[in-house]
Design a protein around this ligand. Structure first.
Ligand code: NDP
Ligand code: 8X3
Length: 251
């Protein structure tokens, strides 16, 4: 069994790679930071005796995605599970103060990047009439929150794309699930606040957030379900979070 994971250099993607390695999947792991990919590949190969292929590219780069997937060795094209995880938020503020570069990066990564990768992997699944696509959405794709505007918009797009994929893949027996996590302590906030560690740490103060391993466990559960069962959509928060805006914090 082969799983293809985008954004495996950190956070959810890295934890999902470890979980699927435990379940004896061979892995294609992708992201921009090659050193991290190589380090993870070496660790997982050694710990779980699986095969790992490193594929470095930026999901925003359509040509690079095309080359990376079309040039996979034939035996690696038999992909069973695609985890569309790569994504990011940049900034938190009103549209009137928004930075167009941030908007473009979020839209190009979270929406077009996910489409780019899916566009080249779906035909491989369609040809063999089997496969499983797991998209990482967000609670931000279910409800908007103050100052989250463009990031929320990209995750609402992931919600729509997940539903559309499920409809389009129906004749081919390809499953599509969306996982929508709430606040999780990964590098997400460090990226959102552009390296400001204090701002990032503040997001997770006063309560116990989700951790990447919690979402990886859910992926492990999803792939263990029989072929005729498809869990369409999961919203997962820590117990101290009820939705996008309501937290119980003890500061
Ligand atoms: P991290 O910042 O820890 O990980 C993000 C991953 O995405 C990295 O591996 C990064 O790799 C990759 N990535 C980002 N941009 C690109 C790009 N242009 N091309 C290729 N890879 C890219 O954050 P998380 O693990 O938290 O985020 C993973 C997903 O989960 C995202 O889609 C995020 O929106 C979503 N999410 C996060 C939540 C949270 O609270 N943490 C909650 C809900 C959803 P590299 O930089 O090496 O390219
Ligand atoms: C990440 C969760 O609520 O910080 O998608 O945007 S949130």
């Amino acid at each position: 069994m082969i799983a293809y994971i985008t954004g495996a250099t950190s956070g959810f993607g890295k934890a999902i790679a470890r979980k699927l390695a435990q379940l004896k999947y061979d892995l294609v792991i992708t992201g921009r930071r090659k050193e991290r990919l190589e380090e993870l590949a070496a660790t997982l190969q050694q710990e779980y005796q699986i095969k790992v292929l490193v594929s470095q590219y930026d999901v925003r780069d359509y040509e690079a995605v095309k080359q990376a997937i079309e040039n996979l060795p034939e035996e690696w094209k038999n992909i069973d599970v695609l985890v569309n995880n790569a994504g990011l938020a940049l900034g938190l503020g009103g549209i009137q103060n928004g930075d167009i570069e941030d908007w473009n990066r979020m839209i190009d990564t979270n929406v077009k990047g996910l489409l780019n990768v899916s566009h080249f992997i779906m035909p491989l699944m369609v040809a063999k009439k089997s496969g499983y696509i797991i998209n990482i959405g967000s609670v931000a794709g279910k409800e908007v929150y103050p100052n989250g505007n463009v990031y929320c918009c990209t995750k609402h797009a992931v919600d729509a794309i997940s539903k559309a994929m499920r409809v389009d893949m129906l004749p081919y027996g390809i499953k599509v699930s969306q996982i929508c996590p709430g606040a999780a302590d990964t590098e997400f906030s460090l990226v959102r606040f552009k390296g400001d560690k204090n701002a990032a740490d503040n997001v997770y103060k006063g309560y116990k957030p989700l951790y990447a391993e919690d979402i990886a466990d859910v992926v492990g559960y999803l792939v263990s379900m029989p072929k005729y069962v498809c869990i369409n959509d999961l919203v997962i928060t820590c117990t101290s979070q009820a939705n996008s805006t309501n937290f119980y914090k003890q500061l």
